[in-house]
Design a protein around this ligand. Structure first.
Ligand code: CAA
Length: 260
């Protein structure tokens, strides 16, 4: 698939995904969602030598200003359900991607933009970033998992308030609430995300993928997260990387993990 609305670069063993519709503040129109689906289902899984993915928005103003409201003019109940279902599917897959996915939030992260950031494993915000779920101003609700993931990150009371008021909050407030992991000077979001991916890349890759699965298992109503953890812990003790990690500790040297 040729990408028109997203830009993909591969440098230093990191995939950089940029939502590239600067004039529309990187709003997620249907073409962009299809490209995101393709990227996360086809392109990224095949890049074996990637240590992780950094997601950001083109330009200085916006990460993503939400779903493309101009496409909403043609909406009806069936199309609305389809849009929400497809977006949830893409974001569910981002959340479960087996390597770290970090949002570098460089500006407005509104509606579907805040939802995409929340689906990433870690969020780094520039100090001018603004977050919000303003769908209520349009007479709708968040549709890409926002009502669920906002509760997971900031708790029920604040999630209710942000969704019901449609208010925007700044990066510092988002940090205080636990919505973002770091606030950095404007323009340094991608650099901080790279630093985090490099640090994580020095750890055992299978263990990293299992951490992602286990943490997500907590939110899966059909899975007992504690049982799941027991199984995955047991499997990891049978890996070459575990033997290497334990030996390296005893021999007082750095571990050389090989993802086996
Ligand atoms: N969809 C489509 N176009 C958008 C857009 C969006 N979500 N957000 C901004 N744009 C476009 C504007 O229409 C404008 O384009 P034109 O010049 O061609 O009209 C351009 O981006 C610049 O935007 P503004 O002129 O509005 O810039 P501003 O600085 O005055 O305001 C803003 C910035 C506060 C982010 C404002 O653009 C805004 O409120 N955007 C909409 C935010 C929103 O409501 N997002 C939720 C969408 S619904 C959703 O996401 C549902 C879901 O969960 C799936």
């Amino acid at each position: 698939m040729t990408y028109e609305n997203i830009k993909v670069d591969f440098r230093d063993n990191i995939l950089f995904l940029t939502i590239n519709r600067e004039k529309a503040l990187n709003a997620l129109n249907s073409r962009t969602m299809t490209e995101l689906h393709h990227f996360f289902f086809e392109t990224a899984p095949k890049q074996d030598d990637a240590h992780g993915i950094v997601v950001t928005g083109a330009g200085e103003k916006a990460f993503i200003a939400g779903a493309d409201i101009k496409e909403f003019l043609e909406m009806d109940t069936e199309k609305g359900k389809e849009l929400s279902r497809f977006g949830q599917e893409v974001f569910y897959f981002i959340e479960r991607f087996p390597k770290p996915v970090i949002a570098a939030v460089n500006g407005f992260a509104l509606g579907g933009g805040c939802e995409l950031a929340m689906a990433c494993h870690i969020r780094v915000a520039g100090e001018k970033a603004r977050f919000g779920q303003p769908e209520v101003n349009l007479g709708i609700i968040p549709g890409y998992g926002g009502t669920q993931r906002l509760i997971q990150l900031i708790g029920k009371g604040k999630a209710m308030e942000l969704c019901m008021t449609g208010d925007m909050i700044g990066a510092e407030e988002a940090h205080r609430l636990g919505l973002v992991n770091y606030v950095v000077p404007q323009g340094e979001e991608v650099g901080k995300a790279v630093e985090l991916i490099k640090k994580i890349a020095s750890k055992a890759p299978i263990a990293i993928s299992k951490i992602i699965e286990c943490v997500n298992a907590y939110f899966d109503k059909d899975v007992d997260g504690f049982d799941f953890e027991v199984d995955e812990f047991g499997k990891l003790t049978g890996t070459e990387d575990f033997a290497e990690g334990a030996a390296a500790f005893v021999e007082r040297r750095a571990a050389n993990f090989r993802g086996k």
